[in-house]
Design a protein around this ligand. Structure first.
Ligand code: KE4
Length: 431
């Protein structure tokens, strides 16, 4: 069913936004460029729904790009934030609440002995790379095509998420010098990695390898166990650091993150999204001997006015505490499977060129593809089909991430009724 929806108020606001903010958005992916209509203009959200400026409701699978694992405006998270706000919103002075959430993460992620909070995932990954370079005294970093680690200059080479829609999936405005030490290799490709690790030109020159262990920014594409284990072995041999970018997967795919699923211990891990509970917070952490190279103890400088903001820390701590409820992740998987299992079965039975790839409560419905193992395969998706599907779901009151190279997120607030409605809409689209 596709009915022409008016959305006059949203259009009016978006036109005004476009006059003073590039593309009317403060982050490109929100514009849904290419989908051909006024993007969602949110007014408020509650539980598993977001309501637009025209009062129209949408079941929300973006969830602040994965942050809202408990749904929007969770009462206990709001109460924690409000209590903290009444004591002051920011000091620029260290506080006890920072220790409480830091100790919580240290207790939940064994590879993290010490942690430093920042405000965005970009800061976390950018700082982790600087720390790795400072700790090893080396310059070369290895990333993988289709992985997105935020918008620090040296990462914007064949990146995923919104960057994947740019020519050569990289950004203009970046001097060659900024990326000459960035090697971008094919994801899940053991052979090409070993060729680099065994190349004497790179011997003792690689500072770090960074990856999304379960990629979400080319759509959901898990790394193979063989690939991850090879990276751990080879970085150890090379004296390079292995950095897991768990900005998206941290506390999403499991309480211990993707590293607990692969049973692989990275040297550094980056977090964001969920740890802020909907407020701006991110972090990077790892072995004490590495982390203590950071100023003020060591010579690797990294700083931030709002780093460890007490309101975000309070909301984040409550968010993490609510994740520790026994059976939380099993229930989240059950909810997600209400969509993914019947849809995948339907697609297979009808031999339809589409597939869902999933890890826990994050998944991607790929169009025109039956399996996706890397960015090159992901880039072959059926663009027209995705655009049609996005509009069909939008018109039927379901908001999914407006790009194919993204992940859908199910929260604990998603009701079975809304999940079943979503399932039926997807099957109806393909029927
Ligand atoms: P931020 O700087 O946007 O907080 O985090 C950057 C980042 C780093 N690493 C991973 C694995 C990420 O997924 C992200 C950010 N994710 C995108 C969506 N896939 C954020 C959405 C946006 O850019 O507006």
């Amino acid at each position: 069913m596709t009915v022409e929806i008016k959305r006059e108020k949203s259009k009016e606001i978006y036109e005004k936004l476009c006059k003073v903010i590039p593309g009317g958005v403060n982050s490109p992916v929100r514009a849904g460029i290419g989908n051909g209509f006024t993007p969602l203009v949110a007014d408020f959200a509650l539980e598993d729904q977001v309501v637009d400026a025209d009062g129209r409701k949408y079941i929300d699978y973006c969830g602040s790009w994965g942050a809202l694992i408990h749904g929007a405006a969770h009462p206990e998270i709001l109460a924690a934030a409000k209590m903290r706000m009444e004591k002051g919103t920011s000091f620029g002075i260290t506080t006890a609440i920072e220790e409480k959430i830091a100790s919580k993460i240290v207790s939940l992620v064994p590879s993290v002995e010490k942690i430093r909070f920042v405000s965005t995932g970009t800061e976390a990954t950018m700082s982790a790379i600087r720390l790795a370079r400072g700790f090893t005294g080396r310059q070369i970093i290895i990333k993988f095509s289709g992985n997105y680690h935020g918008h620090a200059d040296f990462f914007l080479v064949k990146a995923g998420s919104g960057v994947s829609s740019l020519p050569q999936s990289s950004s203009s405005g970046i001097p060659e010098e900024c990326v000459k030490h960035t090697l971008c290799l094919p994801f899940n490709d053991v052979k090409s990695c070993l060729a680099v690790f065994n190349n004497l030109c790179f011997a003792q020159k690689i500072a770090a390898v960074i990856l999304e262990p379960i990629a979400g920014n080319m759509g959901v594409v898990p790394a193979s166990t063989e690939f991850i284990q090879m990276l751990r072995e080879e970085t150890k041999k090379q004296g390079a650091l292995l950095i897991f970018d768990e900005v998206m997967t941290g506390f999403r795919v499991a309480l211990g993150g993707a590293q607990s699923l692969y049973q692989v211990t990275p040297d550094l891990t980056c977090f964001a999204k969920i740890i802020g509970g909907g407020f701006p917070a991110a972090a990077f952490g790892g072995k004490r001997e590495i982390m203590d190279c950071l100023a003020p103890l060591g010579s690797v400088y990294q700083a931030g006015t709002l780093s460890g903001n007490p309101v975000a820390m309070e909301a984040g701590l409550k968010t993490l505490t609510l994740l520790e409820v026994p059976g939380f992740y099993e229930e989240l998987k059950r909810k997600t499977d209400l969509i993914t299992e019947p849809v995948n079965q339907f697609l297979k039975e009808r031999n339809i060129a589409a597939c869902i790839q999933q890890s826990g409560s994050m998944f991607t419905l790929f169009f025109g593809l039956k399996e996706v193992r890397n960015a090159e395969e992901a880039s072959l998706y059926d663009k027209a089909a995705f655009t049609r599907f996005f509009k069909y779901m939008f018109d039927n009151g379901v908001y999914i991430p407006p790009l194919q190279m993204e992940a859908w997120f199910v929260s604990n607030a998603h009701t079975d009724e809304h999940l079943i409605k979503t399932r039926d809409l997807i099957i109806n689209y393909f029927a």
